[in-house]
Design a protein. Structure first.
Length: 73
């Protein structure tokens, strides 16, 4: 298993490109990063950058699963 490292600068580029919203949660001490395109997804973290990283990781995982389904479909 390999791990890709996303730099803070790359993460910020994705925030701007995907129009990711980052906001503190009212009910917890965490931050929420969300995007609505191509579909709604969220990432949580104790820091804004951690929330963005978790969101990008989730989007990457979902994209990889979709590619695998299409390839085997």
């Amino acid at each position: 298993m390999t791990t890709d490292v996303i730099t803070p600068a790359e993460a910020w580029e994705e925030v701007e490109r995907r129009r990711i919203d980052i906001s503190p949660s009212r009910s917890t001490s965490e931050f929420c990063a969300s995007v609505s395109e191509p579909k709604f997804a969220v990432g949580w973290g104790s820091e804004p950058l951690e929330a963005v990283a978790n969101l990008l990781q989730r989007l990457g995982r979902e994209t990889a699963e979709q590619v695998k389904e299409v390839a085997h479909g």
